[in-house]
Design a protein around this ligand. Structure first.
Ligand SMILES: *Cc1c(COP(=O)(O)O)cnc(C)c1O
Length: 359
């Protein structure tokens, strides 16, 4: 990898003070990685360089037609001071699938991993130390052909940046959700399975509608029957049926319109490890509302790389308003959250071989 180090890299004391502030996405590490692709020459040698702005022609394709994809992954400090990535191969594979759907080049898994490992090693001092904290890593790629013709770009730029993520989990606060019947996130054949900026651009108006209803997040239902629960904002959902050792941990089935979350996939295994039955199934808004009323559904949480696991409390919709649980995070929700965080921070045996040591 080509390397030019940042002559203005933060000194350790300044950096540690910024990391200690917590938060998310406010500060970026000293370096980034860039890698160019062209149809003619394929992938260039990646370059580690100082974090900073880039310059693009105003006619660059991504500004006009939105050909862009991204990933989100984390590096966690380990008890021995080392640093581990959580299932980075899964991010590499999903990045390639998203690229294919958006007619962008599929980056080889080994190249993707090399860029991530190089940035994390270089900026290792930015990885926080406490459980629940991490370094959030954002790979992304966009079309860079210059011109307004509508066609798959013959040039692309891959970039990698990273930001320290504090422990922003507040166990006393469950997320409230607005079930959107007005807007649709994804339909079969569309881009719902791809991690692309366009999905988010189209979702913001529903997020605004949720906020206008006093809710934190939007819950998406399917495009055709308008009744099957799909996701919450940029996270997958889990429903707990029953309680105690007999509980079933359920999540909406991947129908082709949901984003296949790596956290979602990991929880399917973690729940089994904890002795629960798991089900990937179709869950309707009626199942949710009636299940809460009858006491069958006891807990709900959302999951994703950024927040790991977030309890969901109140649901509001055109079909009524209801609250799952007692407004406190559920027992099983917290058990799953702690088990997953324990593996990520190297405090619980990594029986699935999910952790990838970087240092
Ligand atoms: C990224 C994302 C998720 C969560 O995926 P993870 O791999 O668990 O981070 C869920 N839904 C959407 C729409 C996403 O973009």
């Amino acid at each position: 990898m080509k390397t030019s180090l940042n002559p203005n890299a933060k000194d350790a004391a300044t950096r540690d003070a910024l990391v200690a502030e917590g938060g998310f996405g406010k500060y970026y590490t000293d370096h980034m990685v860039v890698c160019e692709w062209s149809e003619k020459d394929g992938w260039s040698e990646p370059e580690l360089k100082p974090y900073g702005p880039i310059s693009l022609d105003p006619a660059t394709a991504v500004f006009h037609y939105g050909q862009e994809i991204f990933e989100g992954m984390k590096a966690y400090r380990q008890p021995d001071g080392g640093i581990g990535l959580f299932r980075p191969q899964a991010n590499a594979q999903r990045f390639a699938r998203s690229a294919k759907r958006l007619a962008l080049p599929e980056m080889p898994e080994s190249l993707f991993l090399e860029t991530v490992e190089t940035l994390v090693r270089q900026d290792a001092g930015w990885v926080p130390n406490k459980v629940g904290e991490s370094l959030y890593i954002r790979p992304f790629m966009f079309a860079t052909e210059v011109g307004l013709g509508v066609r798959p770009s013959n040039k692309a730029l891959y970039m990698l940046i990273a930001t320290p993520a504090g422990a922003y989990f507040d166990p006393s606060k469950a997320v409230s959700v607005w079930i959107s019947t007005e807007y649709v996130r994804a339909a079969l054949g569309g881009t719902g399975e791809a991690k692309c900026g366009g999905n988010y651009a189209a979702s913001l108006i529903a997020q605004k509608a949720a906020a206008a209803q006093g809710c934190d997040q939007v819950v998406w239902i399917d495009a055709i029957e308008r009744k099957w629960i799909e996701e919450m904002g940029g996270m997958n959902l889990y429903f707990i049926k029953g309680s105690g050792a007999d509980a079933t941990v359920m999540t909406p089935k991947l129908t082709g319109t949901l984003l296949p979350g790596i956290t979602r996939d990991s929880i399917l295994s973690v729940a089994v490890d904890l002795g629960y039955k798991v089900e990937e199934t179709m869950i309707s808004v009626d199942d949710w509302r009636d299940g809460v009323a009858s006491g069958l559904i006891t807990e709900i949480f959302a999951c994703g790389t950024a927040a790991v696991v977030s309890p969901v409390g109140q649901a509001k919709s055109a079909m009524g308003t209801w609250i799952t649980g007692d407004g406190q995070p559920g027992k099983i929700t917290m058990q799953i959250r702690n088990a997953l965080l324990g593996i990520q921070h190297g405090e619980i045996a990594d029986t699935h071989k999910w952790m990838h040591a970087v240092i």
